[in-house]
Design a protein around this ligand. Structure first.
Ligand code: GUN
Length: 292
């Protein structure tokens, strides 16, 4: 069994990005600039955004953090998005989700200029991804493809089960694993209502678990030699930890890992790759790689 080290892979990629940025700047080009908008004080969002800003520093990017209280109106937030769309120095930006209930996330996402949508959440990027055109691909599925590629894991023609159908992970993951230019696999999507979920998993060469239920994928659902990618990051109360919680994946790691050819741990697997892919998207934005 090989443990897939997302933390080390992410560090390598960030060093590669930084080297490229310094080359661009040395040649007289512009330093990429990512802006992040954070509304309110949700603990998870605060951590994510702080880590995104730190990753920008590691990559040699400029970053801007724009903070609002959760009393901000939808109109005010839409106005902020408009200003960022028009700011020529900002190459890409994200609005951290979730947003307060009184603000429509979809409206905000659709207000973002798709050419600066480094999260890849705008319907134009989602649509372009689905038909295989150049675009920003959302960070988690892009990070998983990158891990599979860097570990030389064969996906072409393999049976891949994606557990979960969220807009951010399950749906794009299934699309990408299906496409010839990415996974080139035979893909099955299972979710909370799937009746033959265990049988589908048992037949799979690759399982990507993004269902958001700690320890959901157990050893009796995994074929010996399978590749298991765990996207779960549920906060589980744990009084022995300084923060009072630990992160739990969707995979019963202790019992599943011995069966696998490759497996990602939680933490240290998919998680560190996601922010790193946001950095790759920001580099692409700075270079106008996908759009003018
Ligand atoms: N909240 C959880 N993950 C993400 C992400 O990738 N981007 C944004 N904008 N918000 C998130």
């Amino acid at each position: 069994m090989t443990l897939i080290d997302g933390k080390a892979t992410a560090a390598t990629i960030k060093a590669e990005i930084k080297a490229e940025v310094e080359q661009i700047v040395a040649a007289g080009g512009k330093r990429p600039h990512l802006a992040a908008v954070l509304v309110g004080h949700d603990g998870g969002s605060e951590t994510y955004v702080r880590n995104k800003v730190l990753a920008c520093e590691a990559c040699g990017f400029r970053s801007s953090l724009i903070r609002y209280e959760d009393t901000i109106t939808e109109a005010e937030l839409l106005d902020c998005v408009k200003q960022l769309n028009e700011d020529a120095d900002v190459d890409g930006f994200i609005v951290q989700l979730p947003l307060p209930k009184h603000i429509s996330e979809q409206k905000v996402i659709e207000a973002i200029d798709y050419r600066k949508d480094v999260d890849g959440f705008h319907p134009i990027n989602v649509g372009r991804m689905a038909i295989g055109l150049p675009c920003y691909i959302s960070a988690t599925p892009k990070g998983i493809l990158e891990l599979l590629r860097r570990y030389n894991i064969e996906t072409s023609g393999k049976k891949c089960v994606v557990l979960g159908r969220s807009n951010i992970v399950g749906k794009p993951m299934a699309q990408l694993m299906m496409q010839k230019q990415y996974g080139d696999a035979t893909v099955t999507v299972c979710h909370s209502r799937s009746q033959s979920l265990r049988e589908e998993c048992l037949a799979a060469d690759i399982i990507i678990a993004a269902i958001g239920r700690p320890g959901f994928l157990t050893a009796d659902m995994v074929k010996p030699g399978a590749v298991v990618i765990d996207v779960g990051t549920t906060r589980v109360p744990d009084a022995t930890r300084p923060k009072g919680f630990r992160l739990s994946g969707d995979v019963d790691f202790d019992n599943v890992a011995p069966l696998c050819s490759y497996i990602t741990p939680v933490p240290g697997g998919v998680g560190p790759m996601t922010i790193c892919m946001l950095m790759l998207n920001t580099l692409a934005a700075g270079k106008h790689e996908y759009y003018q």
